[in-house]
Write a protein that binds this ligand. Structure first.
Ligand SMILES: [Zn+2]
Length: 114
């Protein structure tokens, strides 16, 4: 079998392997992928991608990512969290979250433990 070069680092060669795939922290299962022996990048073919999509839909993880607009409430501003994300993260009104700006373009919202 012909060894393909990695599309990412262009140094390593790709090997067919079964790899774990997780989405939003939930493991969806093992899927066949080509894995680079140098940078570790994984490439999924169309069949694997379809299987991953199917598993994600079955676990209710599909369409969780969303764009939203910032609104104003009093002197603060607010971000609206979609119902899907709220359900997935078990968020409801009054729940305490911790805001952690990772950089000027990324804000992490962490659910407080109690
Ligand atoms: Zn690579």
């Amino acid at each position: 079998m012909k060894k393909e070069k990695c599309y990412m680092c262009e140094k390593g060669t790709l090997e067919n392997k079964k790899v774990d795939f997780s989405l939003h922290g939930v493991v969806l299962g093992k899927f066949s992928a080509q894995v680079c022996d140098s940078c570790g990048e994984k490439f999924f073919d169309e069949t694997s991608s379809d299987l991953i999509d199917k598993a994600a839909k079955e676990k209710g993880l599909w369409g969780l990512e969303a764009d939203t607009k910032i609104t104003k409430t009093g002197s603060s501003i607010a971000v609206t969290i979609s119902k899907q994300i709220a359900n997935f993260m078990q968020l409801q009104k009054g729940k305490r979250v911790h805001l952690h700006p990772e950089n000027k373009n990324k804000l992490i919202i962490e659910v407080a433990s109690s």
